[in-house]
Design a protein around this ligand. Sequence first.
Ligand code: RTP
Ligand code: MG
Length: 142
Amino acid sequence: SDPVAAAPQRSFVLLKPDAVRRGLVGAILSRFESRGLKIVAMDLRYVDGDLADQHYAEHVERDFYPPLRTFVTSGPSVAVLLEGDQVIEVVRTMNGATDARKAAPGTIRGDWALSNRENLVHGSDSAESAAREIALWFPDFA
Ligand code: RTP
Ligand code: MG
């Protein structure tokens, strides 16, 4: 477990295959860094179907899951562990609305995406989700 009891909040962020394919990894990370969030761990990952199913466990029965699974396994992603004050909410705000067609300008999705699926980034949606996702993706940091 984390030895630093008073550590700031952490969030799991995934730069999805579209971010890597489109060469937006640096630009997206730069936004998080410029905001003051700290990269604690980072790794290029080839997500397979099993990891996709575990990560998106809450969605596996949904109609949109099969194409989502195909998408997230379509090429390498970049897994990132970010740390900072209220990082979970800050990242969700910076990512923008799930449906990038409705995401506000100034957000990552609102500036660079136009799809309800290929929306560049994932961010943990709660402290409970962050704990689960960090255990899955970065067990050394759980
Ligand atoms: P994420 O989990 O990736 O951070 O995105 P989110 O919380 O904003 O959205 P969520 O509801 O958790 O959905 C997970 C991902 O599934 C794809 N999606 N497709 N109706 C659809 O076709 C649909 N809805 C969601 C998106 O890639 C979304 O980010
Ligand atoms: Mg989500």
